[in-house]
Design a protein around this ligand. Structure first.
Ligand code: SAM
Length: 339
């Protein structure tokens, strides 16, 4: 009986997540964090019927995220510590929106499991979308700029770039890694390579940090377009696009003896029973049934095939959040011959 209930609960589990996501998307926590308020006042601000607002608040209370106080509804301490004090409302809004989009991709899973997918290849769907939608690119880029700050700080503290003058941040997005490294190494100039819409969003951020003289943005599709050359270091962080032809391009972009650094979450970094990852893998395989998470050993082999030497791999100190999740992260590096 208990087991049957557990299965039935599991079937309704997505609804609980969707309710929390909707609260993040419409701004419930942003309003409650400003001041405690009644359900009716909140409903008015959100522009939703008050019966729906009170049902949503009751659900959030059951999840331990909202509570009634003498002054009205307020975030719980848990919600403050895990939501309100962690990221901006805009970042939470996009994280929830992306989760909802993933759920939509799996909504009719029985049909999806049987469907013939279109041939995979080229840029991932989220990159295609950003390339054609400057506002989405701006929101995504600003969100990753925020959530990758701890990773950027970790990377800047472990990566010794003494003597390095020119760094390419391949798929560098906001330039969050390039900016942290430029701050740590005053001699360094960085070029972020990304699609044009993302570069535009990144330039705004670099200017807001007074780093526009040292961190520049080069708009290109790194799979299809030529890359600029003469770099001492190429960094590829949280991009997860690894192939021998791309690595050959990277080698050509490096000066002799130049260094290629890859930072990412790899298959070896995952706990085998991580249920979110397992669900992600299933969703990814709807688009490409043979999709597999890149591995350290497979990526190192590609580097070798592309002509890199002295290849090493190491775990970064435990890092919160890469690509939207708290994960362990590895750093792989190799050198172009001639140094
Ligand atoms: C997950 S983000 C990581 C951004 C950044 N490296 C960081 O750690 O915050 C991956 C980035 O790679 C870029 N990207 C993926 N494929 C690309 C391609 N073919 N050409 C240019 N940029 C690409 C995306 O636009 C995106 O900004």
């Amino acid at each position: 009986m208990a087991r049957r209930e557990a299965i039935l609960d599991l079937l309704d589990l997505p609804l609980r997540g969707v309710a929390v996501g909707a609260a993040l998307e419409v701004g419930v926590f942003r309003h409650l964090a400003e001041s405690p308020q009644s359900s009716a006042v909140l409903a008015e601000k959100l522009g939703i019927p008050s019966g729906r607002c009170s049902a949503l608040l009751a659900l959030l209370a059951a999840e331990g995220l909202a509570k009634q106080t003498p002054g009205g509804w307020a975030p719980t301490d848990t919600a403050r510590a895990s939501i309100v004090d962690v990221y901006s409302p805009d970042t939470w809004q996009l994280l929830a929106e992306e989760a909802r989009e993933r759920l939509a991709a799996a909504a009719d899973l029985p049909s999806g499991l049987r469907a013939q997918p279109a041939p995979a290849g080229g840029r991932p769907a989220y990159v295609e979308r950003m390339a054609g939608d400057p506002e989405r690119a701006r929101r995504f880029t600003r969100m990753l700029y925020e959530i990758h700050q701890p990773l950027a700080a970790d990377l800047a503290s472990v990566l010794d770039l003494r003597g390095g003058r020119r760094l390419m941040d391949l798929g560098g997005g906001s330039g969050v890694m390039a900016m942290a490294l430029a701050r740590r190494w005053p001699q360094l100039e960085a070029t972020v390579v990304d699609v044009a819409t993302v570069c535009d969003a990144g330039r705004e951020l670099a200017a807001s940090q007074a780093l526009e003289e040292r961190v520049s943005y080069y708009a290109a599709d790194f799979l299809a377009d030529p890359l600029p050359g003469g770099f001492d270091v190429v960094l590829e962080c949280d991009v997860a696009i690894y192939s021998e032809p791309l690595f050959r391009k990277v080698r050509e972009a490096l000066s002799p003896g130049g260094r290629f650094v890859i930072v990412d979450h790899f298959a070896e970094d995952s706990a085998a029973a991580d249920r979110s990852r397992l669900a992600w893998t299933l969703v990814r395989r709807l688009a490409d049934p043979s999709w597999g998470e890149p591995s350290v050993s497979g990526t190192a082999a590609l580097m070798q095939e592309a002509g890199f030497v002295r290849i090493t791999a190491a775990r970064l100190p435990a890092t919160p959040w890469i690509g939207g999740r708290p994960e362990a992260v590895s750093l792989l590096e190799g050198y172009s011959a001639g140094g």
